[in-house]
Design a protein around this ligand. Sequence first.
Ligand code: F3S
Length: 399
Amino acid sequence: MLGGALGAGVAKAMEIVVALGNIYGAADLVALSSAHVSGVSYKNIGQAGLDFLEEWVAEGARVRCFTTLNPAGMDTEDWQHSDMQTEPAFAAQQIRILNAFRDLGIDNIVTCTPYYVNNEPKRGDHVAFSESSAVIYANSRLGAYTNREGGPSALAGAIVGRTARYGFHLDENRRADVVISVKAKLPDTTAFGVLGFLAGKLLQNRTPLFVGIEQQMSSEDHKMMGGAMAAAGGVALYHVSGQTPEATAQDDSIIAPHAEYITIDNLADGYKALGIKAGATPIDLVNFGCPHVSLNEMREIADRLAGRSIKARLWVMVAPHVAAAAAKEGISQRIRASGGELTLGACAIVAPMKQTGIRSVATDSAKGAFYHSSYNGLDIHVGNIAQCVEAAVTGMWLG
Ligand code: F3S
């Protein structure tokens, strides 16, 4: 591959994989069972990124393992009618990017929750994922092995079907550097996100073991906690005592000898830092789905809407496959009947937002709150699904 026998595109991909292996001292390569590639929105990668992808296609590159894509900067199924008000010039370039990925052999499954569609690695699988919330979910909740790849390195790995064996592909690098004793109350999934946000700030890129979380965490709890931890810090792996695959035993071999011990007593600082404000405030948008919603979350949103009409705008960001499953149960229809929109395959964070006129957002996601504020400069309110649905119905954040 490196010598060009399989074409210039494959050689370029292998050069990237080998260069990373050399930088990090990898002894060999390991076969990938799947990959997940970020860097899909035209807002993020721009013309240079598009040219790079089209050149790779022209050089004959094709993926060698099952690969999914991160969200785009617009609704990938129906951008013309979307409340995101995507401009045609942006859409044209976004479609070229999706076409280039399709020509690379990627099936245009566009979501940041690939594990809710059909890219759910098993324990011990080696994968190359490059969406930080999907990386941390695969490593931590699923017990798969992935480094925190960039978009080009995940794609290069997919094209050669291998990655360099270093970092989180090695068991000795997966032990906890920090033990976090959780004393804070965790009443809902949003609270897990706020815990992740606080932990990410403290950890930067270290690996924690959480102890003291008594309730059984759901997939959504892991998704929100990991997503916020990876966004606020650079965390790629965490363990939860008695719950994640590598921390189930009663022994402490998962803890590194040099580990630091800290306690998180409550979440008040996290909610405050994410933008809790006193008093009722009008809001423009309620945004669910950072990372993309599960079928369970869609069900809860529809149930809480209970047929009422909304006053604020409501976007539920979701993988097209999950939306299709929800439509079979009538859930998608119920959300739309209340005035909500399913934005399919889209991410509001990496979408152009100026033209929408939206200035204030309520969300159930600590990661979403953090990025809507830091990337898009929006006013933020964060609360659980029930609070956010009430905000959508009344048009007011009620605190
Ligand atoms: Fe997904 Fe965008 Fe949030 S990619 S995790 S919705 S920032």
